[in-house]
Design a binder for this molecule. Structure first.
Ligand code: HEM
Length: 206
C-alpha cells in the first residue's frame, strides 16, 4: 500500500452504502413507476411496484438504523459533526474551488485525511441528506404504509396528503442528490478512484 492511500471507509460503512444505494435505486424506479402509473403501459406492473417499494423501503429503514448507530458508536460519526465557527467561509472556499480553482489545476482546499474525511460541501450535503431528508422520507413512508397512525387532519389539511407531500418532496430531493453525488464522486485523483474507495476502503490522495 503506497503512502498516498489512506484507509477512510470501514467495511461496515461500505456495506451500508452499497445496500443503501441499491435500495434507493429500486425505490426511485418503483416510486416513479407508481407515480406515473397507467394500466395500459406501466414501467413496472403496479402491484409488483408497490410490493418492491414496501420491501426495499423497510430494508432502507433497517439499514439506516445501522448507519445511525454505527456513526453514534464509532469514529466515523465525528465526520458528520459540523464545526460551525468559520463553516460558511470554508463552504465558500470549497465552492470557489469547484467553480474556478479546479479548472486552473489548483490543489483542493480541504484534501481528505483521517481527521477530515469530507470537504465542507460534502459534509453539509451528507448531514442534510442523512440526518434530515432520509429520516423525513422514512417516517413519512412508514406512515403511508400504516395510514391508520396518521391524524385525519393536521392544521386543517388532510394528514394523508400532507404525509404524502413530505414523502414525495424528500424522495425527489434525495434522487437529485444521488445524481449530483455521483457526479462529484468522479472528481477524485482519477474519475474512478472515489468509486474504488467505496470497494476497498482506501482513499487515493490528490
Ligand atoms: C449508485 C449510487 C451511488 C454511488 C455510485 C455512490 C458513490 C459514493 C462514493 C464513491 C462515495 C465515497 C466518496 C465520498 O465520500 O464522497 C460515497 C460516499 C457516501 N455516499 Fe454515496 N453513492 C451512491 C448513492 C448514495 C445515496 C443514495 C446516498 C444517500 C441517500 C449516499 C450517501 C453517501 C454518504 C453519506 C457517503 C459518505 C459515507 C461515509 O464515509 O461516512 N450515496 N458514495
Amino acid at each position: 500500500m503506497t503512502e498516498e492511500k489512506i484507509y477512510l471507509y470501514p467495511i461496515w460503512i461500505r456495506l451500508w452504502h452499497a445496500l443503501n444505494a441499491l435500495c434507493c435505486l429500486v425505490l426511485i424506479a418503483t416510486g416513479i413507476s407508481m407515480q406515473f402509473s397507467n394500466p395500459a403501459v406501466s414501467l413496472i406492473r403496479f402491484d409488483l411496484a408497490v410490493s418492491l417499494h414496501n420491501i426495499f423501503g423497510i430494508l432502507l429503514v433497517v439499514n439506516y438504523l445501522i448507519f445511525f448507530l454505527g456513526n453514534l458508536f464509532t469514529w466515523n460519526g465525528k465526520h458528520y459533526k459540523i464545526s460551525f465557527p468559520g463553516f460558511y467561509q470554508r463552504l465558500m472556499s470549497q465552492f470557489r474551488y469547484y467553480t474556478r480553482g479546479i479548472f486552473k489545476g489548483e490543489h483542493p482546499p480541504f484534501p481528505s485525511n483521517k481527521e477530515l474525511k469530507f470537504n465542507p460541501l460534502q459534509q453539509f450535503s451528507y448531514v442534510m441528506v442523512m440526518y434530515i431528508l432520509v429520516p423525513i422520507m422514512a417516517v413519512s413512508g412508514l406512515g403511508l404504509m400504516y395510514p391508520d397512525v396518521i391524524p385525519i387532519q393536521i392544521i386543517g389539511i388532510s394528514g394523508l396528503h400532507l404525509t404524502d407531500l413530505f414523502h414525495i418532496i424528500s424522495g425527489f430531493i434525495i434522487s437529485l442528490f444521488m445524481f449530483v453525488h455521483i457526479y462529484f464522486c468522479t472528481i477524485g485523483k482519477t474519475p474512478t478512484s472515489n468509486f474504488k474507495s467505496m470497494i476497498d476502503g482506501y482513499h487515493e490522495a490528490h
